[in-house]
Design a protein around this ligand. Structure first.
Ligand code: ARG
Length: 474
């Protein structure tokens, strides 16, 4: 099948591409989702062309009406995309030109190279804002679950071995901190996405007197003071995709954080820990084992992290060998970018929903946190308070632990005499070290998992981002 494309090829080419070539080169099957931003860009470009005298008012009016109607048809699912027209840009423009003769003037001083760079920036701006909101939702879910269970203590782990007690909320707030940095990275990325490339043409700008600032302001490419943000080098503007890669890198970090959270939740939901219960609606069963209730959302979130990393590496590799300026290789950027945006957004949203339907098994947490070995370091701190150098105190408590193992008793069941037999520095008040409530009250420096500090952190986050529930303990 040979068809000639009415928009870009007429003139130089006598024939359109063959069907296999068209199928290989088309991008409409995935870039059609840029349509809203493509039309917004064209409306701004047309308004500017009228302002500088290239379009008459009537022509601008006809183009605006035509583009608006096409937009409505696309939104209603009534627009027939034509693969032989390659991409979203040519589909929209060809249809406009078919309806409105002035449509043939729309592409004045514009190339698909600066057009696609523009569309991607416009699209990504919206995605960043929406992903940022989703991240806030996840933070709220974490803060909410922490606040609801503010009195629950669990073992904190290193090497997946019980280490020291922490409030359950403290553990969750660790993820809130990570997500806050992720949010900051998105905000930062937004600044570099929010720069208008239109006017760069194919690579070398134009001889026509475009008003780039007008277009930028129309499309909201402005800084905090309302000043237009314009790319400053036409070749850079059409050929680099670092703004997309930066987003994919920020997305990869979000996915990594979500994957760690997923791993914790999977462990906690398992019978061995049994710290949490995920509501039925957010788990799945086994087709074979009737008793199973699997944390598939968390597992898929952990699994999808791989493809989000893959997208980042794919884009970095895509760009690394490209000569200046635009190369068709760049068309391969979109699916990776879209996939990162879609995947990360879905993971953030589903993890938040799952957390809002997760309850804590307080007795199981209490039993685990009651392990007196978690307070072995507190016993060493006790000796430090008696004036013993920490290295020596560590050694002494190590000997106490060995003695308890020998006697087959938990650490807090040694008598004062048995403690003193190991080291005479243990006084009458040494056994009180194993009072968990008192132990938690002592951990109160900034960032510590102690009673007052965790309450302060919960309150800080509730104030900063809101949360669905209960005031923290004071
Ligand atoms: N579909 C193309 C892309 O995604 C648009 C730019 C095409 N430019 C060109 N010179 N063929 O990159």
């Amino acid at each position: 099948m040979k068809k000639s494309s009415p928009v870009s090829r007429s003139g130089r080419f006598t024939n359109g591409p063959g069907a296999d070539v068209a199928q290989f080169t088309e991008s409409i099957s995935f870039d059609h989702r840029l349509w809203r931003h493509d039309i917004a860009g064209s409306l701004a470009h047309a308004a500017m062309l009228q302002k500088i005298g290239i379009l008459t008012r009537a022509e601008l009016q006809a183009i605006t009406t035509g583009l608006t109607a096409i937009g409505e048809e696309i939104a209603a699912g009534k627009f027939a995309w034509k693969p032989e027209l390659e991409d979203v840009h040519m589909n929209v423009e060809a249809e406009l030109t078919r309806r409105v003769p002035a449509g043939a003037k729309l592409h004045t001083a514009r190339s698909r190279n600066d057009q696609v760079a523009l569309d991607m920036r416009l699209w990504l701006r919206d995605e960043i804002v929406e992903l940022g909101d989703e991240l806030r939702g996840l933070q709220q879910a974490l803060v909410g679950l922490g606040a609801e269970n503010h009195a629950v203590i669990i073992p904190g782990y290193t090497h997946l071995q019980r280490a020291q007690p922490v409030y359950f909320a403290h553990h969750l707030l660790a993820y809130v901190e990570m997500l806050e940095r992720d949010h900051g990275r998105l905000t930062d990325c937004f600044q570099r996405v929010n720069i208008c490339p239109l006017g760069s043409g194919a690579l070398g700008g134009t001889t026509l007197p475009l008003d780039r600032a007008f277009v930028a302001v129309q499309l909201g490419f402005v800084d905090a003071k309302g000043r237009p943000c314009l790319t400053q080098n036409s070749m850079d503007a059409v050929s680099d995709r670092d703004f997309a890669i930066e987003f994919c890198a920020a997305g990869a970090l979000i996915a990594m954080h979500l994957s760690r959270l997923a791993e914790d939740l999977i462990l906690w939901a398992g019978t061995e820990f049994n710290f949490i219960r995920i509501a039925d609606a957010y788990t799945t069963g086994s087709s074979l084992m009737p008793q199973k209730k699997n944390p598939d959302i968390a597992e898929l979130t952990r699994g999808k992290t791989g493809r989000v990393y893959g997208n980042l590496i794919a884009l970095l590799t895509l760009l690394k060998g490209l000569p200046m300026a635009y190369n068709r290789d760049l068309q391969e950027d979109k699916e990776r970018l879209f996939d990162t945006a879609d995947t990360v957004r879905a993971c953030v949203r589903l993890m938040a929903a799952m957390l809002r339907h997760t309850t804590v098994n307080a007795p199981a947490c209490q039993a685990a946190a009651g392990d007196p070995a978690l307070l072995a370091t507190d016993l060493a701190d006790y000796l430090v308070r008696q004036g013993m150098p920490f290295r020596q105190a560590h050694h002494a408590v190590g000997a106490v632990v060995a003695r308890a193992e020998e006697l087959g008793r938990p650490l807090n069941q040694l008598t004062l005499a048995e403690l003193r037999a190991v080291n005479p520095a243990f006084g009458d008040d040494a056994p009180a070290t194993f009072n968990l409530t008192a132990a938690m009250a002592k951990r109160n420096i900034t960032g510590a998992p102690g009673t007052k500090e965790v309450a302060r952190q919960l309150a800080r986050w509730q104030k900063a981002i809101g949360g669905k529930t209960a005031a923290p303990r004071s």
